[in-house]
Write a protein that binds this ligand. Structure first.
Ligand code: 5RP
Length: 220
């Protein structure tokens, strides 16, 4: 099975977690692209969607979904999104696709976060994947120095401005033994918009695609 086949399988399985007649939160990335395409075959099940990126919004609109502004929505029963890494407690690194800020906002509103990944994303400890940190451009070098002070090696994601007009530093060299504490610490640095650590609000459920099929991990 290829990685894309595993992603397609979890995307298909995620349809079982969509709440009929409700507003659905939709994340960003290649796994989510497969999910959007699968959901399009059952479009009448969702009332509308809220999306975490321009990229997903365009794909959703092209498939005929009504995409709402989050400010028009009070409840999101389920949010479905991918991850770059997920640990045994359901804490994640996200933001490989640059959409971490809107993803974190949707995760906060959502009552249930269903993470869809292939098995390569399962890790015992987060940190092999460089941690994305979205920064206000004028604070980039300040944040870079603070991250270096914590033992990280930040690298600017060249040529990218996020949907919010900010930049991303990808930080390697961090061994993230205590993701919740690190998330809080990095959130305190002035100029940091969002840290791609999703530990304070991790996944409730992970659907994991492997050669043995789709496994379910419940963190709730
Ligand atoms: C985007 C994300 C994605 O969920 C993450 O990068 C995984 O992407 P993919 O499904 O393409 O592997 O956080 O900001």
């Amino acid at each position: 099975m290829t990685q894309d086949e595993r992603k397609r399988a979890v995307a298909q399985e995620a349809l079982r977690h969509v709440v009929d007649g409700a507003v659905l939160g939709v994340g960003t990335g290649s796994t989510v692209d497969f999910f959007i395409d699968a959901l399009a075959t059952q479009r009448q099940r969702v009332r509308a969607v809220v999306s975490s990126s321009t990229r997903s919004t365009e794909r959703l609109r092209a498939q005929g979904f009504q995409v709402l502004d989050l400010n028009e929505v009070e409840r999101i029963p389920v949010y479905i999104d991918g991850a770059d890494e997920i640990d045994p407690a359901g804490a994640m690194i996200k933001g490989g696709g640059g959409a971490l800020t809107r993803e974190k906002i949707l995760a906060e509103v959502a009552e249930r976060f269903v993470c869809i990944v292939d098995a390569s994303k399962l890790v015992p400890v987060l940190g092999a994947f460089p941690l994305p940190v979205e920064v206000v451009p004028m604070a980039r070098e300040l944040v870079r120095r603070r991250l270096q002070g914590l033992g990280g090696q930040p690298r600017l994601r060249e040529g990218l401005l996020t949907d919010n007009g900010n930049q991303i530093l990808d930080v390697s060299g961090l061994r993230i033994d205590r993701p919740t504490e690190l998330e809080s610490l990095l959130n305190q640095i002035p100029g940091v918009v969002t840290v791609g650590l999703f530990a304070r609000r991790g996944a409730d459920l992970a659907l994991v695609g492997s050669d043995q099929g789709v496994q379910q991990r419940d963190f709730g």
